[in-house]
Write a protein that binds this ligand. Structure first.
Ligand code: SAM
Length: 512
């Protein structure tokens, strides 16, 4: 199917771009080389990759890009073909010989200031609006003319909102960050002049074309404003154990989640004696690939950016631990600090309870752990309830994604241990955390990363979820359960079949 293909291509392209950015940031942060503009450099690297194909200018929606999609770099808009110019707010193309605007970036303000009306007033470019004090009136040429021509040509304009934002996990700390959100197609309905001579600007009224999906940002705003949350079942399922309360929402029926014990740490088998790994001696920041024992264990690099984003998926990551001399703020301590994203549990249409976030999540951010009781595999197989089992192993690898790219980015391929992590399963049926509510998807937005920090036992690493891509608010969080279809059996050796209702366009139909 054409659309399925386009969507997965766009997502892969962006995932790759973001992975290159994180790698380049790591190169810069570790002082290997001065990269300069990470986004420009990453885009150059990407454009040399066979996965990248430059599309001609498109009028209307871009196949594979959906309303609500979020971007953190302006060049990403160009990469997916949503908006080509890196500076100009108006992207133009010729339709039947007439220049028209095909997309605009409406910048300024914060996400919560976005008007939820279907109308948008846009100011033309040039003149004093561009910050040039010497400038004169705006002229009816180029972008300004093209936008006006849309009224008669009746061609739609893609609208992308650009927001300023506080930096958050997964984005550069301290720096002014931005988020771009695709808002769908608008039509230009009016154009007029405003302001005195010498300061005249063009104004355009655009109206959102009816029948398009609503932006999640609007729904979040309503949620934040309302005193009583619709469908609220529980205000904090963690009962105060998490720093941020996790509420339970059900707007589908009157079910409540079945009781379980909320835990914020895994429960090891009674015979197991947890021993902290030998720590590093760094007091001046962990980064030295010779002297920091933890960096060495990670193949010579810190697996996280300074903003807390994981650089790349690996079979196993070693964070600094209790015996290390570095402080809690060490860049090599991320997932051990727990949940930082406002998560909530909600009743889905077809897959029971699920998990989503009230805020935007950027690619590489830590989400939560999969907590439960650690069982030996044989014991787990005997459990009546297999709904909440997580079989520890080598879960996800983005080697495919990285093939050949390391040399382009200018770093050695890191060799991290890929010893098989076998023998244990986490059971979250009786005790668990929010992680037990995350559903499977054939096209997931999270992945499970094995992490060691408070002990060195490779058989039972922590299972930590990280974002594979930028995730808009209210979008369900999912990971791939990694079951083998046709290879799950019950006690009597009968094949167990479970149908998948993830709803992904490329869903394979079965969980197992
Ligand atoms: N939905 C669960 C709940 O209500 O508690 C939370 C996830 S639990 C770890 C795993 C179970 O959720 C599965 O055994 C299955 O019943 C259901 N599930 C998860 N993903 C699914 C999917 N894509 N399609 C159908 N059922 C799914």
């Amino acid at each position: 199917d054409h659309d399925v293909d386009a969507r997965s291509k766009v997502r892969k392209l962006l995932q790759l771009f973001q992975a290159i950015c994180r790698k380049l940031m790591q190169v810069e942060e570790q002082g290997i080389r001065n990269v300069g503009r990470v986004d420009f450099e990453a885009s150059k690297v990407l454009k040399n990759d066979p996965i990248y194909k430059k599309l001609g200018p498109i009028v209307g929606n871009i196949p594979g890009v959906e309303i609500g999609d979020e971007f953190h770099f302006r060049v990403e808009l160009s990469i997916v073909g949503l908006h080509r110019p890196n500076q100009a707010g108006i992207n133009t193309a010729k339709v039947n010989g007439v220049p028209v605007a095909i997309s605009i970036v409406a910048s300024g303000g914060y996400p919560n200031e976005l008007s939820s009306s279907d109308e948008l007033i846009y100011t033309g470019s040039g003149g004093k609006a561009g910050g040039n004090k010497e400038a004169d009136d705006q002229k009816l040429e180029r972008g300004n003319l093209a936008l006006k021509n849309c009224i008669e040509a009746k061609t739609p304009v893609r609208v992308i909102h650009g927001f300023k934002g506080q930096s958050k996990v997964g984005q550069s700390r301290g720096k002014q960050t931005s988020t771009f959100v695709y808002d769908g197609l608008y039509e230009v309905v009016e154009c007029w002049k405003e302001g005195p001579k010498g300061e005249m600007v063009f104004k355009y009224k655009l109206r959102r074309i009816a029948g398009q999906a609503e932006l999640a940002l609007h729904a979040v705003k309503v949620t934040r404003k309302s005193k009583v949350r619709e469908g609220l079942c529980l205000s904090d399922i963690s009962q105060g154990f998490e720093r941020i309360p996790i509420c339970v929402i059900n707007t589908i029926d009157d079910m409540r989640p079945a009781p379980f014990r909320y835990i914020t740490q895994v429960i090891y088998p009674p015979w197991y004696e947890e021993e902290p790994p030998a720590g590093c001696d760094c007091t001046n920041g962990c980064s030295d690939s010779i002297r920091c024992g933890c960096v060495v264990k990670n193949g010579g690099e810190i697996p996280f950016n300074f903003n807390g984003a994981i650089v790349e998926a690996r079979p196993l990551i070693h964070e600094c631990g209790p015996s290390c001399r570095c402080p809690p703020t060490c860049h090599n301590r991320v997932s051990q600090h727990g949940i930082k994203i406002p998560l909530e549990i909600f009743k889905t249409g077809q897959t029971g309870w699920g998990v989503r976030s009230l805020s935007s999540i950027s690619s590489g951010s830590f989400i939560c752990e999969y907590n439960g009781k650690l069982l030996e595999d044989e014991e787990a197989e005997k459990r009546q309830n297999d709904e909440y089992l997580f079989d520890i192993g080598d879960n996800y690898h983005d080697e495919e994604l990285w093939k050949g790219l390391k040399s382009v980015v200018g770093v050695q391929s890191s060799t991290s241990s890929s010893k098989t992590m076998e023998g244990f399963t986490i059971d979250a049926a009786e005790c668990g955390n929010v992680g037990r509510f995350i559903n499977h998807s054939c096209s997931p937005n999270l992945y499970a990363q094995n992490v060691l920090w408070d002990h060195d036992d490779m058989r039972m690493p922590h299972v930590m979820f990280f974002a594979l891509e930028n995730i808009p608010p209210l979008q369900e969080l999912t990971y791939h359960y990694n079951y083998k279809v046709g290879q799950v059996y019950d006690k009597n050796g009968e094949e167990k079949v479970k149908h998948c209702y993830c709803g992904a366009s490329d869903c394979c139909g079965r969980l197992h």
